[in-house]
Design a binder for this molecule. Structure first.
Ligand SMILES: Nc1ncnc2c1ncn2[C@@H]1O[C@H](COP(=O)(O)OP(=O)(O)OP(=O)(O)O)[C@@H](O)[C@H]1O
Ligand SMILES: [Mg+2]
Length: 234
């Protein structure tokens, strides 16, 4: 995918853990509005890619450009303040704090009351649970809280690592609808195992295989590509 002015661009990105390289030459672009999906079997490098963009891992080589600004050397907090929102695959909420406290921590300003109200419109289920300790939420409610918390940072790019993992099927639909709405006005990167959902929400898809982009293109085209199942099968 070539976009005239992408919000995020990675160029030949290589990264990993210590001396163990996971990502090799990852080139990816995310538009200023709309969602892209990142697919791939377990261990393909999807989480590693999001961590590298968010600033939890330092690239070995290549470049991360966010709004044309090089981010390679910027700490995670600077990237977050610049507008890179990240909902990690695990431990995305403070289990010992209430729903309200979790949302307050996500707000860029302590007094961002209107922001919290907006999140309760997006995810009404959270409204009834403001005083509840986050550790006792259901899997779906916890994912909604994590997304809400990230949205309160007012990101321009929202990266979601498997937002429907461990979520009951009825709630998956609710999350998917909200992601579609969010993608209408902001940039979304969706790592998702649920293929149909990912290709419905996203206009473009990237399929990873052993740390590389093996296949990419418009979501429809990727869905119909005979190679897709090979890359997704264990
Ligand atoms: N902290 C770490 N230290 C060393 N290697 C790691 C670490 N985290 C992940 N890896 C390795 O990096 C590779 C890619 O892992 P990653 O978590 O990015 O995959 P993934 O595509 O997100 O998989 P999943 O679908 O299971 O979440 C795997 O081989 C994994 O074992
Ligand atoms: Mg992962």
């Amino acid at each position: 995918m070539i976009i005239a002015s992408p919000l995020l661009k990675t160029d030949a990105l290589c990264a990993g853990y210590g001396r163990s390289q996971v990502l090799s030459g990852v080139c990816l672009q995310a538009p200023r509005a709309g969602a892209i999906a990142i697919l791939g079997r377990n261990g393909a490098g999807k989480t590693t890619l999001l961590k590298t963009i968010a600033g939890e891992l330092v690239p070995m080589s290549g470049e991360i450009l966010f709004d044309e600004r090089r981010m390679n050397e910027q700490p995670a907090e600077v990237r977050a303040r610049s507008g890179i929102g990240y909902v990690p695959q695990e431990d995305a909420v403070f289990a010992g704090l209430s729903v309200r406290e979790n949302l307050q921590l996500g707000a860029t300003r302590q007094t961002d009351k209107s922001g919290i109200d907006e999140i309760l419109v997006v995810f009404p289920k959270l409204g009834a649970r403001l005083g509840q300790v986050a550790g006792t939420l259901s899997g779906g409610e916890r994912k909604m809280l994590a997304i809400g918390r990230a949205l309160l940072g007012r990101p321009r790019l929202l990266m979601l690592d498997e937002p429907t993992e461990g979520v009951w099927i009825g709630v998956i639909e609710e999350i998917a609808e909200q992601l579609e709405k969010l993608a209408a006005t902001m940039s979304v990167i969706l790592v998702e195992q649920h293929l149909a959902l990912a290709l419905r929400v996203a206009s473009h898809a990237y399929v990873m295989d052993r740390g590389r982009i093996a296949l990419h293109g418009p979501a429809q085209q990727v869905r119909d590509d005979p190679a897709l199942l090979r890359y997704l099968s264990p």
